[in-house]
Design a protein. Structure first.
Length: 51
C-alpha cells in the first residue's frame, strides 16, 4: 500500500491520539501478509520441484 494512503486511512480510522497505534497495527498486519505470501510462494515452488 502506498504510504500516503496508509496515513489517510489511519487518520480516517482514529483520532489524533490513536493514529500511531493504528499505523503500528497496519504495518504489522502488512508484514504478516507479506511473510505468509512468501511462505506459500516458496512452498508452491518447492512442491513443484520435488514432484
Amino acid at each position: 500500500m502506498l504510504w500516503s494512503v496508509s496515513i489517510k486511512a489511519a487518520s480516517l480510522l482514529g483520532d489524533h491520539s490513536e493514529q500511531g497505534k493504528i499505523m503500528g497495527w497496519m504495518e504489522g498486519l502488512r508484514g504478516v501478509g507479506v511473510m505468509s505470501l512468501a511462505v506459500f510462494t516458496m512452498w508452491g515452488l518447492f512442491s513443484l520441484c520435488t514432484g
